[in-house]
Every structure is written in structure tokens, then in C-alpha cells.
Design a protein around this ligand. Sequence first.
Ligand code: SF4
Length: 80
Amino acid sequence: MIAALFLKQRITTMSISRAIFPFFGLGDKLVTEEVRAKRLVTCVKECESYLSLTGQCEICNCFVKEKTEFKNEACPLKKW
Ligand code: SF4
């Protein structure tokens, strides 16, 4: 139950960069919310390399909540 709530919060909460980047004219650096959600589900729900304790990718050490937002980022295992 707690894990499900944590997952939902991580997927639906607007990130700081999503809130701030458009303000500075950098919105084009971000993927759409739909793309981000799909990426995040892949990381959080479908990948064995996702570290739920810290929210990081075990391969690249990135925080996936942030990593999944940017157009220039890619999954090191080519899952997205
Ligand atoms: S970025 Fe790729 S390897 Fe890392 S957690 Fe996400 S899907 Fe897994």
C-alpha cells in the first residue's frame, strides 16, 4: 500500500524542472508529460535496474524522475 502510494506520487507529481524550465524559455528541452509518464513507468515498474529506495537507475545512477523528463536523455539499456 505504501509502495503503491509512493509510486503514484513519484509518477504524478510535477517536477521542479517541469515547473521552472518553461518560465525561462527552456520548455523545449523537456519531453511531453505523456512521454515522461511512459518512461517513468518503464523505469519504476518494469526495470530490474530501478532502485526504489533512492529512485535511481542502478546502471547510470541518475534519478529517474528527473532523467525521464529531458529530450537529450536515454535509457542506458535502450528501454526508452
Ligand atoms: S533508465 Fe533504463 S536501465 Fe535505468 S532504470 Fe530506467 S529503464 Fe532501467
